[in-house]
Design a protein around this ligand. Structure first.
Ligand SMILES: Cc1ncc(COP(=O)(O)O)c(C=O)c1O
Length: 383
C-alpha cells in the first residue's frame, strides 16, 4: 500500500538538497565552532553564514539570532528568559491558543510568583487585539501570541498586536514555528521583539531552531554553559543542523510563491469537498489561515477513531497538535474557539506539504465519507 503523509504540521521530511548540504559537517567539517584551530574556524564560518541567511530572511541583524535545539527551547528561553530578567514587574500575557510549550512555561512562571493572563479568541481562533490592549498593566513584561496556530492554522494580526505592545512599552514575542517558511516575516515591520522559528517544520533537520531577540532586550539564559550564542545558550552548536536550517530557508525563498499557490489550490479543493459531508465543519479562519492547513470537526465522531481508520488505509493525519495526541482532554485550542468537548473530540487536522499530490488529496476525499459513515454507525455519541 502506498502511504500518504498529510501531517506536515507535525514535522516534514528533510529535503535531499538540505541533507547533501549538511553531510560534510558530520564528517570532514566536524569541528566545534568554539575551537580556535582551523577545524573550529571552518565550523564558525558555517555557523555565521547560516546565521546571516536566517537573519536576512526575517530582516533581523546578525547578532539578533540565537540558535537553539528546538522551538520548545526557544519558547522556554523567550518566556522564562525575559520574565526572570524583569521579575520586579511580574505579569505575562499569552493567548488561549498557544502551543503546550508556551502554556507550560507560563504555568512554571506562575509557580515562581508571576501573574498570567490568557487572551480569548473568537470562533475562528483570532485573538481579540483590543483585549490585549486592555490586559496590559504597569506590571506587564511580555505578551506572547502564536503567529499561526499549529492546530487550526489561523493567522493572527501580529503587526497590530506588536504595535499595541510597542506603544505600551511591553515586549512582544511570537511563536512562528508554523508560519516561518510559509508566510513572509519582517520583524521590524511587524513590531516583533522576540520570535521563535524551527527547522524541522520547513524540510530542515530536527535539532535546530532559533530565537530572534531584538537588540537591547535583556534575557536571562536558561541553559548555562560555555558562553556559546552570546552567553544565552550554553552547549556546542549543532552545526550540521544549523547549516541544514539555513539551506531549507534558501530553498523556500526560491520556491515559496509557486508552492504556496499549489498548496492553497489543493487545500481549498479538500475543504470544499469535505464540507459536503453531512454535519461537518471547518475549524479556524476561512481565509486568514496557513496555506497548508485544513482542520475539521465532525458531529458524532471520535477523532482518534478517525485517525486510526485513516491510518489503516495508509493515510497519516492528526487530530491536532502532535504533542497533545496522547492526551485524553479535548484540545484547548478548539475549546477556546467555543467548541464543546464532544465537538472538539471530533476533529481532524490535515496538513499538506511539498510531496502532497492531487491524487493523494482525491484519495482522502474518496475515503473520508465512507469512514465517517462507518464510525457514526457505531458511535457512542449517537446520530
Ligand atoms: C507552534 C509550535 N510551537 C512550538 C512547537 C514545538 O516544537 P518542537 O517540538 O520541535 O520543539 C511546535 C511543534 O509542533 C509548534 O507547532
Amino acid at each position: 500500500m502506498q502511504k500518504i503523509y498529510l501531517d506536515y504540521a507535525a514535522t516534514t521530511p528533510v529535503d535531499k538538497r538540505v541533507l547533501s548540504e549538511m553531510t560534510p559537517y558530520f564528517g570532514v567539517k566536524f569541528g566545534n565552532s568554539m575551537s580556535l584551530h582551523s577545524f573550529g574556524r571552518a565550523a564558525k564560518i558555517a555557523l555565521e553564514e547560516s546565521r546571516a541567511v536566517l537573519a536576512g530572511f526575517i530582516n533581523a541583524d546578525l547578532n539578533e539570532i540565537i540558535f537553539t535545539g528546538s522551538a520548545t527551547e526557544s519558547n522556554n528561553l523567550a518566556l522564562k528568559g525575559v520574565a526572570l530578567k524583569n521579575k520586579e514587574k511580574k505579569h505575562i500575557i499569552i493567548s488561549s491558543i498557544e502551543h503546550p510549550c508556551i502554556v507550560e512555561s507560563s504555568e512554571w512562571l506562575k509557580k515562581q510568583g508571576f501573574e498570567i493572563t490568557k487572551i480569548p479568541v473568537d470562533k475562528y481562533g483570532t485573538v481579540d487585539t483590543e483585549y490585549v490592549r486592555r490586559a496590559i498593566t504597569k506590571k506587564t513584561i511580555l505578551v506572547s501570541v502564536i503567529h499561526a496556530s499549529n492546530e487550526i492554522g489561523t493567522i493572527q494580526p501580529i503587526e497590530k498586536i506588536g504595535k499595541i505592545c510597542r506603544e505600551a512599552g511591553v515586549y512582544f514575542h511570537t511563536d512562528a514555528s508554523q508560519s516561518f517558511g510559509k508566510i513572509l516575516i519582517d520583524v521590524k515591520k511587524m513590531n516583533i521583539d522576540l520570535l521563535t522559528a524551527s527547522s524541522h517544520k520547513i524540510y530542515g533537520p530536527k535539532g535546530a531552531a532559533l530565537l530572534y531577540i531584538r537588540k537591547g532586550i535583556m534575557v536571562e539564559p536558561v541553559l548555562h554553559g560555555g558562553g556559546q550564542e552570546n552567553g544565552l545558550r550554553g552547549s556546542t552548536v549543532n552545526i550540521p543542523a544549523v547549516v541544514g536550517f539555513a539551506r531549507a530557508v534558501d530553498i523556500y525563498k526560491k520556491e515559496a510563491k509557486k508552492e504556496n499557490a499549489r498548496l492553497i489550490k489543493l487545500r481549498n479543493n479538500l475543504i470544499r469537498k469535505v464540507l459536503k459531508i453531512e454535519d461537518s465543519h471547518l475549524n479556524g479562519h476561512p481565509e486568514k489561515r496557513l496555506p497548508n492547513n485544513a482542520n475539521f470537526w465532525f458531529d458524532f465522531i471520535e477523532g482518534e477513531s478517525l485517525i486510526m481508520q485513516l491510518d489503516m488505509e495508509g493515510i497519516a493525519c492528526s487530530t491536532g497538535s502532535a504533542c497533545s495526541s496522547f492526551k485524553l482532554e479535548p484540545s484547548h485550542v478548539l475549546m477556546a474557539t467555543g467548541l464543546r468537548p464532544e465537538q472538539a473530540h471530533g476533529s481532524l487536522r490535515v496538513s499538506l506539504g511539498r510531496q502532497t499530490t492531487e491524487k493523494e488529496i482525491n484519495q482522502l476525499i474518496k475515503l473520508l465519507p465512507k469512514i465517517i459513515k462507518k464510525i457514526r454507525e457505531i458511535s457512542p455519541y449517537g446520530k
